[in-house]
Design a protein around this ligand. Structure first.
Ligand SMILES: Nc1nc2c(ncn2[C@@H]2O[C@H](COP(=O)(O)OP(=O)(O)OP(=O)(O)O)[C@@H](O)[C@H]2O)c(=O)[nH]1
Ligand SMILES: [Mg+2]
Length: 242
């Protein structure tokens, strides 16, 4: 089973090298693709250096279409081109611990999509700020309510997909260029009838680098969820199972 990990990065220079090392420790053969948006802190340069000694590490240095969502799409596309059977996406700030990779790979044998969830029993959000945790919970509740999704953590960006899910959602038609790609992919996969499960993860505060979430991005995310619902009601949400 050929497996890829996709990592969107923007200014993760302090995290990326130790993170790639940790992922490697979990699985020496896993492909790792980093989709960087020309980070001013030189994250891409670090990845470029690593890719010269590890032929299974790939850098997508993007200089035009920027954003967390479009980086995700480019990385997924790349993994599919490399014949990945399974793709894991995760944040590159150590909030998502690579130690869960073997568990994702075990569960993906039974399900089409596995979500790393902070909101199921044994899952946890260990960030210090009660406000930040409440925003995540509220936003997940909102997504669940508006889109009718039966999942506890609709905002988790730590997930594992079977190839067929990424093919079926039609990456060319993804509307989100920003972080709402997380909700968009989940909604589409759910509507297409794929089997989806949640496994508990402990989500920790990033120690290095800065969060890119701000009020504008949050509001854009809330609006995108409404847009997704509207598109769905009008029958305009693209994607199909073969
Ligand atoms: N390529 C790319 N990656 C991004 C962009 N914005 C965020 N990322 C990456 O997406 C992942 C998640 O972003 P974070 O800033 O940690 O956002 P978050 O996890 O929702 O927020 P925190 O919980 O506060 O960390 C990280 O790996 C970021 O480096 C972007 O515009 N382009
Ligand atoms: Mg983060």
């Amino acid at each position: 089973m050929k497996t890829f990990v996709t990592l969107p990065t923007f200014n993760e220079g302090k995290n990326i090298e130790p993170l790639i090392r940790e992922i490697r420790r979990q699985d020496p053969n896993i492909g790792i693709v980093v989709a960087d948006d020309d980070s001013p802190d030189g994250t891409w340069r670090i990845v470029e250096k690593i890719s010269k000694r590890d032929s299974n590490v790939y850098l997508l240095r993007r200089t035009t279409r920027k954003g967390r969502g479009s980086a995700g799409v480019d990385a997924f596309r790349f993994a599919l081109e490399q014949h990945a059977d399974v793709v894991i996406e995760m944040d590159a700030d150590f909030s998502h611990d690579p130690k869960y990779i073997p568990l994702f790979l075990e569960r993906i044998n039974e399900f089409d999509l596995v979500i790393g969830s902070r909101a199921v029993p044994l899952g946890q959000d260990l960030r210090k700020s009660p406000a930040r945790k409440s925003i995540t919970r509220l936003s997940s509740f909102y997504t669940r309510f508006v889109l009718g999704l039966p999942f506890s953590d609709c905002n988790s960006g730590y997930r594992c997909f079977r190839r067929k899910v990424l093919e079926a959602v039609d990456l060319d038609t993804i509307l989100s260029t920003g972080p709402s790609i997380v909700q968009e992919l989940l909604f589409k996969a759910y509507l297409l009838g794929f089997s989806i499960c949640e496994i508990p993860i402990v989500f920790v505060e990033r120690e290095a680098g800065e969060s890119k979430l701000n009020l504008k991005r949050l509001l854009k995310g809330f609006l995108m969820v409404l847009r997704l619902k509207g598109f769905h009601l009008l029958g305009k949400l693209k994607g199909s199972r073969s």
